[in-house]
Write a new protein. Sequence first.
Length: 332
Amino acid sequence: MTKKVAVLTSGGDAPGMNACIRAIVLACERADYAIIGYQHGYNGLLNQEYCLLNNNQVHNLIQRGGTVLHSARCHEFKTDEGAKKAAENLDELDIDTLIVIGGDGSFKGADHLSAFWSGQVLGLPGTIDNDIGGTDATIGFYTAIETAVTSIDKVRDTADAFERIFLVEVMGRHAGFLALHAALASSADYVILPELFEKPDVTLECITEQLNERRKQSDHISYIIVLAEKLWPGGIDNLAKALTEKTQSEVRPVILGHVQRGGSPVSEDRILATKLGAYAVSLVTKNVSGVMIGERAGQIVEVPLKLTWEESKPLDKQMVTTMKTLMNERYA
Ligand SMILES: Nc1ncnc2c1ncn2[C@@H]1O[C@H](COP(=O)(O)OP(=O)(O)O)[C@@H](O)[C@H]1O
Ligand SMILES: O=P(O)(O)OC[C@H]1O[C@](O)(COP(=O)(O)O)[C@@H](O)[C@@H]1O
């Protein structure tokens, strides 16, 4: 065997991480590289907790949610001592390439490790938030949209039955990709996004005006508002209370939460994960390190890790315009 590759999954798990591990393992076997998997994110790297991987272990894996390597957050790895220890452990096992599947935090960790380790470090974007610069989508994003949309469809059934206002909180950390996509695809009535949020009073006023216009057309309406997490001061319950007072209507809050992280990956995520995983392995003999492999406009790209968190990633302009026309500013 000419090379030895290690892979780990870190940070928030995302549907498609297993598909990515599978592609990496098969591509390594094809190239006659040894492949190991570190478990529990960077904790495994610090504790030499790993397993040898081969095609038997990744059989029937592509459709499974979560990550067979497990994931974690690891504070010790953020320190110089932690990164040095990880570098020593990688050298002890003669690892040539470390592939990190994770979000921007995990990439900061991978970049930090590069300062102490001379081996090849590659990142693959795995997060439901899609908040990583340099790639149009991240592994897990499409499945999370699907999960949120399916849930909002169900919320609408009961909202219609009772003619109620519902607030549905979706994940995304500090980015509104998941909220915007889920809101558009589920034909929600209003969406509150971090990228466009100004003041609670302004938003409340705007929602009330929209509701009043709708009620002029019909007394019998339901109304679905998608709220991006970590945005409303005091949280979704505060918004529900404020809306109840302002509109004299029944308002019910629903937090979709970690449900959005689970489930079998949709085809888009499986394909993205498989393409990026196999491509990463094709770089093992190349003189390239400290990059994330992403996809832009259908093309695979290699992006310096730093850009993945330094480069701002805006919401799609046309989607925002469409959302305003059909939802937030429908009666403006
Ligand atoms: N600035 C940093 N320096 C070194 N390691 C980091 C840094 N930020 C995050 N990490 C490592 O990456 C892990 C995952 O990061 P986190 O932000 O929780 O998730 P994600 O990768 O999904 O964004 C952290 O627990 C830590 O071990
Ligand atoms: O699982 P935890 O620690 O509660 O974290 C929740 C956060 O993780 C996510 O699900 C995924 O975020 P990351 O991929 O950046 O870790 C966010 O949407 C959410 O804010």
